[in-house]
Design a protein around this ligand. Structure first.
Ligand code: ADP
Ligand code: TRP
Length: 321
């Protein structure tokens, strides 16, 4: 089975990205053919400072490698290194009704937030379909916010297959229920674009501050508290062992335990959880040449697969190449 997913390097990666997508990918590489990439072209719809984006892209690659993507077991690259993706995106755009794209929540949300209504923003899901269909992926692990984009990919694949004969595998999203939407420090979905993240590899004082800023209600310290309605507990529970979780739950219900205490324990847990990965990342960062060569190798492997699909698609669509 072929698995593919990508992540936008639009800011520092956070624990929502880790639980919603990255951890699944890292686990799946043991048993499946795994394709994993940094979606820098997608990030251009919201970030247009060249130097920042390039740095973010490299940082995201380091993050993913430190967390456990293994170049021997998987194919790992940066999206813009393979220009055929844009080519496929064009062929696909000719079977994509505009209405399908205009209905996407993420497009509507971005317009509502004041991003200019340019063609890049509208075509975002077509480029995503090109990523997925180019390698004939069966499974796409993502957080719940990407569910609709996966439905668009399926529609595009079916439409193309219908018009030109069986060409693309129609993929399924893989969304893990417990981590489908990791809450941010303000209780909304954690997202780089909402400023409510807890970073995976931020500096200690930055992460501590992010955790201490988690919004809570104003129940006084001595009163019992409901763990199920508290963001601090929800985030703690995502990383805690069952007995740690049960113990914090007990302290919430007993009273005499403040949100400040819970936040300190949450920070300590997260800081320990990511310690080995932080150490591995620091090692990798000392050898940037090796990281570049991992990405180059991944590009070569992915490109060979993508080229197979493109040969068929060019022929079917009548491209003169
Ligand atoms: P962001 O919203 O922070 O910009 P991306 O859109 O780059 O994140 O998402 C990368 C991956 O991480 C996607 O599969 C997405 O569904 C997942 N993801 C992002 N935020 C969360 C979250 N809060 N909970 C679960 N998964 C998430
Ligand atoms: N749009 C995805 C996101 O914001 C990132 C992405 C780009 C992606 N291409 C993809 C995810 C292909 C899965 C498959 O998270």
């Amino acid at each position: 089975m072929r698995v593919l997913s990508g992540i936008q390097p639009s800011g520092a990666l956070h624990i929502g990205n880790y639980l919603g997508m990255m951890r699944q990918m890292i686990e799946l590489q043991a048993k499946h053919e795994l394709f994993c990439f940094i979606a820098d072209l997608h990030a251009m719809t919201s970030l247009n400072h060249g130097a920042d984006l390039r740095q973010n892209t490299f940082n995201a690659a380091l993050d993913f490698l430190a967390l456990g993507i293994e170049p021997e077991k998987s194919v790992f690259w940066v999206q813009s290194s393979i220009p055929e993706i844009n080519e496929l995106s064009w062929y696909l755009s000719n079977v994509t009704p505009i209405g399908l794209l205009e209905r996407c929540h993420s497009y509507k949300d971005k317009l509502a937030k004041g991003l200019p209504a340019n063609a890049g923003l509208l075509n975002y899901p077509v480029l995503m379909a090109a990523d997925i269909l180019s390698v004939q992926a069966d499974i796409v692990p993502v957080g719940k916010d990407q569910k609709q984009h996966l439905e668009v990919t399926r529609d595009i694949a079916l439409k193309f297959n219908n018009e030109f004969g069986a060409t693309f595998t129609v993929p399924d999203a893989l969304i893990k229920a417990e981590v489908a939407i990791v809450p941010g420090t303000d209780g909304q979905k954690m997202s780089k674009s909402y400023g409510n993240t807890i970073e995976i590899f931020g500096e200690e004082k930055v992460i501590r501050k992010q955790v201490m800023n988690i919004v809570t209600d104003s129940t006084p310290l001595e009163k019992p508290k409901d763990p199920d309605r508290c963001n601090v507990f929800k985030i703690y529970a995502l990383f805690a062992a069952p007995e740690q979780k049960a113990e914090m739950e007990r302290k919430y219900r007993a009273g005499g335990y403040g949100y400040g205490d819970a936040k300190k324990e949450t920070f300590a847990l997260l800081w320990e959880y990511f310690r080995p990965y932080r150490e591995r990342r620091a090692e990798l960062a000392k050898n940037l040449g090796a990281v570049k060569s991992i990405l180059q190798n991944g590009t070569d492997k992915a490109r060979a697969e993508i080229e197979k699909t493109l040969k068929i698609v060019r022929k079917k669509t009548g491209a003169f190449l």
